[in-house]
Write a protein that binds this ligand. Structure first.
Ligand code: NAP
Length: 349
């Protein structure tokens, strides 16, 4: 592995996810934040003056003085680019960065289901990163994508069960935090004293993405896993942390204790690589009666572990549980940075 720090840029650095990138990259041992970009509104002004900082503490020093640049390859002096762009801008902007030979690791959904673009949860399908060699040969650079925030929590929670017993059918209902809608996000008058039973486009993502992530790489494309998924998504008045109620039918039946042991015994395949953002345990089982809860469990392992609880028999599908994922950490910027760390460790940058 190249031991020098890699210069990185954040596109969409002023948004809810962009701020998480800036926070996580401050003092990062392998990456140095070299450029921040947002919409043309703030070009040329200092990041620290423009950003409406939403996270605890103040804007990291190394970012505050950086001048915001246009989200264009010629303006960005870094070969590794993290994208937290608004969905409307992502497709064209990320495509231009790839054509200019850059490596883009993106949170946006635009390229997730493209056949030669890996969609990665590093502990679940690290091997899919091999797809980028074909992309680089054809396009110059490469795009690698981060799944939808709820998809990441769902796939992490299911992975120990998939490995031990196989997956057939999954039904999931989400209760998703406000930060998942960006900033300023959902109007307060819509969500206080209320639950919104629609997050446009979300159910479709949650029903399609896991089959690609759990799929098998065959040649240069992924053969989708045959798991059938049904998803219903709700927006709730929680600041951070998506809660998921999941029922699952597995290929092999398992007792509750066998399922619990599979989750507790699950170990990350990335152990030994010493990736700076990798949690020791990507999936935690909490056996307390009323856990996980967003306010108590979202920060587990610096927000990088999913927590599973309320494991019970399901009279319809066999097994059910509740899972929690921090949507802007493991569900967004944290997972993206972990992908890039894995790429650096494997000399794929
Ligand atoms: P957000 O708070 O609305 O931020 C959007 C960012 O994009 C801002 O920095 C904005 O800059 C920039 N932008 C808007 N139009 C642009 C343009 N034409 N050119 C360049 N930059 C532009 O959104 P977010 O929640 O951070 O989400 C960012 C991306 O991550 C989205 O694609 C979202 O779907 C995805 N995502 C979000 C989450 C989550 O939990 N929030 C989780 C997973 C994935 P200005 O400030 O200058 O407008």
């Amino acid at each position: 592995m190249d031991s020098e720090k890699t210069r990185v840029a954040v596109l969409g650095a002023t948004g809810a996810v962009g701020q998480r990138f800036v926070q996580l990259l401050a003092g990062h041992p392998w990456f140095e934040l070299a450029a921040v970009a947002a919409s043309g509104r703030s070009e040329g002004r200092a990041y620290g003056e423009v950003v409406r900082w939403l996270l605890p503490g103040s804007v990291p020093e190394e970012a505050a003085a950086l001048a915001l640049v246009a989200a264009e390859p010629a303006a960005v002096d870094a070969d590794l680019v993290f994208s937290a762009l608004d969905p409307a801008a992502a497709e064209s902007v990320e495509g231009r960065f790839r054509a200019a030979g850059k490596t883009v690791v993106s949170n946006a959904s635009a390229y997730r289901m493209h056949p030669d673009v890996p969609l990665v949860v590093p502990e679940v399908n690290p091997g899919h990163l091999a797809m980028i060699s074909g992309q680089r040969a054809r396009c110059g650079g490469a795009i690698v994508t981060n799944p939808n925030c709820s998809t990441i929590g769902l796939c992490l929670a299911l992975e120990p069960l998939r490995k031990a017993f196989g997956l057939r059918r999954v039904q999931v209902t989400t209760m998703q935090a406000l930060s998942g809608a960006g900033y300023p996000g959902v109007p307060s008058m819509d969500v206080v004293d209320n639950v919104l039973p629609l997050i446009p486009g979300e159910e479709d993502k949650l029903e399609r993405e896991p089959a690609k992530i759990f799929g098998t790489l065959s040649g240069s494309e992924v053969e989708a896993h045959p798991v059938a998924l049904s998803a219903q998504c709700n927006r709730v008045a929680v600041r951070d942390g998506h809660l998921l109620s999941v029922s699952v039918e597995m290929e092999k039946r398992a007792t509750l204790e066998e399922a619990a042991e599979a989750i507790e015994g699950y170990r990350s395949p990335l152990e030994g690589l010493a990736l700076p953002s990798a949690p020791e345990r990507p999936v935690l089982l909490n056996r307390s009666a009323a856990r996980p809860q967003p306010v108590l469990d979202r920060d587990a392992c610096r927000g990088m572990s999913a927590t599973v609880g309320r494991l019970k028999p399901c009279p319809v599908l066999g097994l059910r549980f509740v899972a929690l994922v921090h949507n802007t950490l493991r569900g967004a910027a944290g997972n993206t940075i972990l992908i890039a760390e894995l790429m650096k460790a494997r000399n794929l940058l």
